[in-house]
Design a protein around this ligand. Structure first.
Ligand SMILES: [Zn+2]
Length: 207
C-alpha cells in the first residue's frame, strides 16, 4: 500500500502489541551467547522504603550495565505473586529493579522469589519498616549466583503501560520465607498484572 503523505494525520499508530508481563517458554527462546553479563553497582543505603499504594517500593541509588549500556537505578518494588511466568509457572513473588538511561530508555531487571530461606534484604526492610531514616541493605544478596537471564522488549506493567521497556528476567529464583511473603501481602494482597500475549516478539536467553 502506498503511503498517503498528504494526510499523515490519518496514519495508524500501532501500540499495545508488546505488553508485559508474559510467560517465558524455554522451548521457544533464542540462544543469545553474545549478550553481556549483567553488571550491577547498587548502593547499600536505602533513602526510603514505603508502600507506594501498590505494595513495597524502595528508593535506592545505583547503576547497572545492561547489554553494554549504563542505566541508573530509580527504585525497586515487589509483586505478589510473580507477574512473569517461567514455563507456565507462577512464583510467590517477583522484584523489579527499575532503571533509566540518560536518553530515557527504561530497563527492568526481574528476579523471582520462591518460598524457602528468609531473604536478607527483605529482612532489613521489615526491621526498619516503621522507623524513619535511612538504613543499609546489601542488594547484591538479591541477585542469584547464576547470571543466566531472559531478555525481551515489553512494557511497564502499570499505567501508562508504556512500551519499549527492556526486560531482563533472571532465570534462577531466590527465596523468601512465608513470614516475609505475608509482610509483602499485608501491604498489597495481590498486585500482578494479567499475562499478555507474546505476539511476534523474540525472547532471548543469555546462558
Ligand atoms: Zn513491577
Amino acid at each position: 500500500m502506498q503511503l498517503d503523505y498528504s494526510h499523515q494525520q490519518n496514519w495508524h499508530f500501532e501500540s499495545g502489541q508488546h505488553q508485559s508481563p508474559i510467560n517465558i517458554d524455554d522451548q521457544s527462546v533464542i540462544d543469545w551467547q553474545r549478550g553481556s553479563a549483567i553488571e550491577i553497582d547498587y548502593q547499600n543505603q536505602v533513602s526510603e522504603a514505603h508502600n507506594s499504594g501498590n505494595g513495597l517500593e524502595v528508593l535506592v541509588n545505583g547503576t547497572a550495565i545492561l547489554n553494554y549500556r549504563k542505566f541508573n537505578l530509580l527504585q525497586f518494588h515487589v509483586h505478589t505473586p510473580s507477574e512473569h511466568q517461567l514455563n507456565q509457572h507462577t512464583f510467590a513473588a517477583e522484584v523489579h529493579f527499575v532503571h533509566q538511561a540518560l536518553n530515557g530508555t527504561k530497563a527492568v531487571i526481574g528476579v523471582f522469589f520462591e518460598l524457602g530461606a528468609p531473604d536478607p534484604v527483605i529482612d532489613s526492610i521489615m526491621q526498619h519498616w516503621s522507623k524513619p531514616g535511612q538504613f543499609a541493605i546489601k542488594l547484591t544478596d538479591f541477585i542469584p549466583a547464576d547470571p543466566a537471564y531472559y531478555h525481551y522488549l515489553g512494557s511497564l506493567t502499570t499505567p501508562p503501560l508504556t512500551e519499549n521497556v527492556e526486560w531482563y528476567i533472571i532465570k534462577e529464583p531466590v527465596t523468601l520465607s512465608s513470614e516475609q511473603l505475608s509482610f509483602l501481602q499485608t501491604l498489597m494482597p495481590k498486585n500482578n498484572r494479567d499475562l499478555q500475549a507474546v505476539n511476534d516478539r523474540p525472547i532471548l536467553y543469555r546462558p
